[in-house]
Design a protein around this ligand. Structure first.
Ligand SMILES: Cc1ncc(COP(=O)(O)O)c(C=O)c1O
Length: 536
C-alpha cells in the first residue's frame, strides 16, 4: 500500500523498454492509484504554470538523482500490479503546492467549461441585457480557491493585500475593507461621532447637509444616529447637489456634508469642499457608484475627509458583498479601525497578540491597571470586517479596474452619441465640470409634457429584455421609512425639492457595465428610438 505524496517506480507494460518510471501518488483507490508523472527537467519538461520542480530538498525521505518536474496536467491511473517499489516521499509543504495546483488546474477547466461559455449568442429582444453584472475570469476563481484552501476565512493576507492595492490605486493613505457599502457609510458617519474629535464631533441633533435623490443608506446613518439630515435640491443635468443651495442650508448646528456621486458623475467637489473648509465641516463622499471617477485629476472619495465604496455585484468591482472606506486623516484612521473591529482599543491583527507591547501594563478608563488591552473598548463599535474569500476576489477585480473604467466610459460615450438626437425628448447625462466620471449607469430624464410617461418607456424596454432602474429611492423623503418622521424636527427641507421630484417621476437608467457588447448598446439605442418614433 502506498500513500499520498510517495514517489513510486512504475513498470508500464505498454512500453517496449524495461525502464521504470517515477510517479507521484495523489489518491488511493481499491484497484490502484491516481498518480502524477514525474519527469526529469529538460527542454520538453520545463517549469510551466502549475508545474512544480522537486529535488532532494523537497523530500521527507528517499533520494532523487536530479531535478524533476511534476506537471499539473499529467495524471494517470496506475493499477497495483504495475508498481514495483517506493522510491521516496515528498514533504508535506511540497505536496500542499502540488495538490493545490491540481485543484487550480480543474478550476481553470471549470471556468472555461461552465462560465466562459460563448455559445449563448446575443439575440435582440430575447437575450436579457442586464443593467449591470459581475465581470470576471478564471483568475478571480483561482484566488478564491487559493483563499478557501488556506481556510483562514476571516480578515487575512488577501484582505491586507486588497487594502494596500486600493490605497495605491487611489493614492490615499488608509483603506479599510468592510462587508458592504452601507456598512462603509454607517462607519464613516459613526466615526465622526467619536469623542476623540472633541468639539468637531457630530452629536445628536446636529445637522448634516445632503440630498434626497439617491440611495437610502447614504442618508440612513444620519437618522439612525439621531442627527438631522438637511435636504437640498439637485441640479437636473447632473442629478447631483445644487451647490447654490448650500448657504441656505447652513445653520449653527451644521457639522457635515454627506453626499454620493450620482451614478458615477462627481458632484461639484470644488464648491462643496470650499464650503466645508470655510465653515469647518466634515465631508463624507459616498463613492459607492463612482470608483475610478476623477475630479480635478484626483480620485473621488479621496477629496473629502472619508470616502466609501461598495463591491456589491453591480458596482465597478465586486467581491459579492463588500465595501471600503478611505481617508488620509490619522485620527480618523484610528477611530474607523476601532469602530470597524468591535470598538476595541487594541489594534492587533486577527490571530496576533500584544502588538502594542503593553497588553497587560496600561491604564484604560476606570478599569483596573493592566486590564488586558485586547478587551479594552474605546468606542461602541461593530464588526464590519470582510472574509479573506471576498478579499481574494477583490484583489483580482482591482487589477481589472482600469480596464473596467475605460469600458464604462466608452459605453457611456457610445450611448450619448447614439441618443444625442433625442435631446428634445430626454435630458441626457452631462458630466460635472472638471470631472472624468467612471460612469455607473446612463440616466435619462423625460422632458416635461411628453406624450408618454417614464413607466411606459420603461415597460417597453423591459419587454424588449432591456433592464432598467430608477434612480434608487427617488425622493427619499416620500418613502414609507419617512412616515414616522416629522419635517422640521427629524429632518429639514431647504426650499423645494422640485428637481428631486422630477427625477423620482421622470428618470430611469440603463447599464454601461463592462460586460456589455456593442451589439447590445446598439440594440438599446434602437429600441429607445423605436419607442419614441411610435409615440411622437
Ligand atoms: C450610492 C450608494 N451608496 C451606498 C450603497 C450601498 O452599498 P451596498 O449595497 O454594498 O450596501 C449603494 C448601493 O448600490 C449605492 O448606490
Amino acid at each position: 500500500m502506498f500513500q499520498t505524496g510517495e514517489i513510486i517506480a512504475v513498470n508500464f507494460v505498454s512500453h517496449n523498454d524495461s525502464q521504470l518510471r517515477p510517479y507521484l501518488v495523489i489518491e488511493k483507490h481499491d484497484d490502484g492509484y491516481t498518480a502524477l508523472s514525474v519527469s526529469k527537467k529538460s527542454e520538453q519538461y520545463k517549469q510551466k504554470d502549475l508545474s512544480v520542480v522537486i529535488d532532494n530538498s523537497n523530500l521527507e525521505n528517499g533520494q532523487l538523482d536530479d531535478e524533476f518536474i511534476v506537471p499539473a496536467n499529467r495524471s494517470f491511473f496506475i493499477p497495483h500490479n504495475q508498481i514495483v517499489k517506493k522510491l521516496a516521499k515528498v514533504s508535506k509543504s511540497t505536496m500542499e503546492l502540488i495538490i493545490k495546483n491540481q485543484i487550480l488546474r480543474y478550476t481553470n477547466v471549470y471556468y472555461e467549461h461552465i462560465h466562459n461559455n460563448k455559445e449563448n449568442q446575443f439575440t435582440e429582444g430575447i437575450t436579457k441585457i442586464n443593467y449591470a453584472g459581475r465581470v470576471f475570469d478564471n483568475n478571480e476563481m483561482l484566488n478564491l480557491m487559493d483563499a478557501s484552501l488556506e481556510f483562514w476565512l476571516t480578515y487575512g493576507r488577501f484582505s491586507k493585500q486588497f487594502e494596500k492595492q486600493l490605497a495605491e490605486l487611489l493614492d490615499t493613505k488608509y483603506v479599510f475593507s468592510v462587508n458592504s457599502g452601507s456598512s462603509a457609510n454607517l462607519l464613516a458617519f459613526m466615526a465622526l461621532t467619536s469623542s476623540l474629535l472633541e468639539e468637531k464631533k457630530i452629536s445628536r441633533g446636529d445637522e448634516v447637509i445632503t440630498v434626497a435623490a439617491g440611495f437610502p443608506t447614504t442618508v440612513a446613518p444620519i437618522i439612525q444616529y439621531g442627527a438631522i439630515p438637511v435636504f437640498v435640491d439637485i441640479d437636473i443635468k447632473t442629478c447631483n447637489i445644487d451647490t447654490s443651495q448650500l448657504t441656505s442650508a447652513l445653520s449653527e448646528k451644521t457639522k457635515a456634508v454627506m453626499l454620493a456621486h450620482t451614478l458615477g458623475n462627481p458632484f461639484d467637489l470644488g464648491a462643496v469642499k470650499k464650503f466645508c473648509q470655510t465653515h469647518n465641516l466634515w465631508l463624507i463622499e459616498d463613492n459607492c457608484d463612482a470608483l475610478g471617477s476623477k475630479y480635478d485629476g484626483k480620485y473621488t472619495g479621496t477629496i473629502g475627509d472619508i470616502g466609501t465604496s461598495s463591491f456589491y455585484p453591480p458596482h465597478h468591482i465586486t467581491m459579492g458583498e463588500g465595501g471600503a472606506l478611505y481617508t488620509n486623516d490619522p485620527k480618523l484612521k484610528k477611530i474607523i479601525l476601532s469602530m470597524r473591529d468591535w470598538g476595541r482599543d487594541c489594534w492587533c491583527e486577527s490571530g496576533f497578540d500584544n502588538t502594542c507591547n503593553r497588553r497587560f501594563s496600561g491604564q484604560f478608563g476606570k478599569l483596573p491597571f493592566g486590564y488586558d488591552h485586547k478587551y479594552v473598548y474605546s468606542h461602541f463599535g461593530y464588526n464590519f470586517k470582510i472574509t479573506d474569500l471576498q478579499a481574494a476576489i477583490g484583489c483580482e477585480q482591482l487589477r481589472k479596474l482600469p480596464g473596467f473604467i475605460e469600458k464604462r466610459i466608452n459605453n457611456h460615450q457610445f450611448l450619448i452619441q447614439g441618443l444625442k438626437n433625442l435631446d428634445n425628448i430626454f435630458i441626457l447625462p452631462e458630466k460635472t465640470l472638471h470631472s472624468e466620471p467612471s460612469w455607473f449607469g446612463f440616466l435619462l430624464t423625460l422632458r416635461d409634457a411628453l406624450s408618454f410617461s417614464r413607466n411606459e418607456i420603461v415597460e417597453y424596454l423591459e419587454s424588449n429584455k432591456i433592464q432598467t432602474r430608477n434612480l434608487f429611492a427617488g425622493n427619499i423623503t416620500r418613502q414609507p421609512c419617512f412616515d414616522g418622521l416629522k419635517q422640521g424636527v427629524d429632518y429639514k427641507i431647504i426650499g423645494n425639492l422640485n428637481n428631486t421630484d422630477k427625477v423620482m417621476n421622470d428618470s430611469f437608467w440603463i447599464g454601461v457595465y463592462p460586460g456589455m457588447a456593442k451589439e447590445q448598446l446598439k440594440f438599446m439605442i434602437k429600441t429607445i428610438k423605436d419607442f419614441v418614433r411610435k409615440k411622437m
